[in-house]
Design a protein around this ligand. Structure first.
Ligand code: AMP
Length: 223
């Protein structure tokens, strides 16, 4: 078994795990498997079992079938060179106990196990504001929020001056209700799953970015 660190970021949509993951990649040298990003990149792929494209399933706010997600993750793992020796983040995955069990057996083939699971704690009410308000610059990707962080000059990106912004198709009230309900029905159970292996750690995600980052680093013994 190598001593690289493989971690899972767990939490409701909009809890801020994606932003923290970006920093673990850019500042701490982690590699990342972000299933949401991978699915968005394959949004026109048709899933027969659901009779819908991946994009349609995402817009509806429900989870993709476990086998579809596991195939993607398995492919992605085999593409990362010398993956066993890398520090690796699974972001937004696993989201069901079935995925978590399959992940354990998949990574055992690489001589690996999940070392730490960071659970981002936050209330649904805060999440609603974060998600329904969020948008990003279509050119440089800088993230803004109608409630918490507007550009200094309305409609103009602070970083690159671009005037075009994007919102995710599933960041609307109806999808969000469904995503939160899927989270409570299927994903929350992962807390007990990982708690029973003694690897679950808690991060207060209702705090500003730098406090959350500090807590993430402390929990990973990187602080
Ligand atoms: P995210 O970017 O993590 O918020 O994911 C966006 C959407 O992609 C979710 O609402 C699901 O429809 C789908 N998705 C992402 N990760 C998973 C997963 N691990 N299992 C099933 N569906 C997923």
């Amino acid at each position: 078994m190598s001593d690289s660190l493989w971690i899972v970021l767990l939490g409701a949509p909009g809890c801020g795990k994606g932003t923290q993951a970006e920093f673990l990649v850019s500042e701490n040298g982690f590699s990342i498997i972000s299933v949401g990003e991978m699915l968005r990149a394959n949004k026109s792929k048709f899933i027969e079992k659901e009779n819908k494209t991946i994009g349609e399933i995402i817009s509806g706010g429900t989870l993709l079938p476990d086998d579809v997600v596991m195939d993607l993750v398995s492919d992605e793992l085999s593409k990362i060179k010398q993956v066993s020796s890398k520090n690796l983040i699974f972001d937004g995955f696993p989201r069901t106990v079935g995925q978590a069990t399959s992940l354990n057996s998949l990574i055992s083939k690489f001589g690996k196990k999940i070392d730490c699971v960071l659970n981002f704690d936050i209330e649904d009410e805060v999440i609603k504001k974060r998600i329904l308000g969020r948008y990003k610059c279509s050119k440089c990707g800088k993230i803004y929020n109608d409630f918490f962080l507007k550009p200094r000059n309305e409609g103009i990106c602070d970083i690159c001056g671009c005037e075009v912004f994007d919102r995710r198709a599933d960041d609307n009230e109806e999808s969000l209700q469904k995503r939160l309900s899927e989270y409570h029905k299927k994903t929350v159970a992962l807390k007990d799953f990982y708690e029973s292996s003694g690897i679950l750690k808690s991060v207060n995600a209702d705090a500003d970015f730098s406090e959350v980052r500090k807590s993430v680093l402390n929990n990973l013994n990187l602080g």
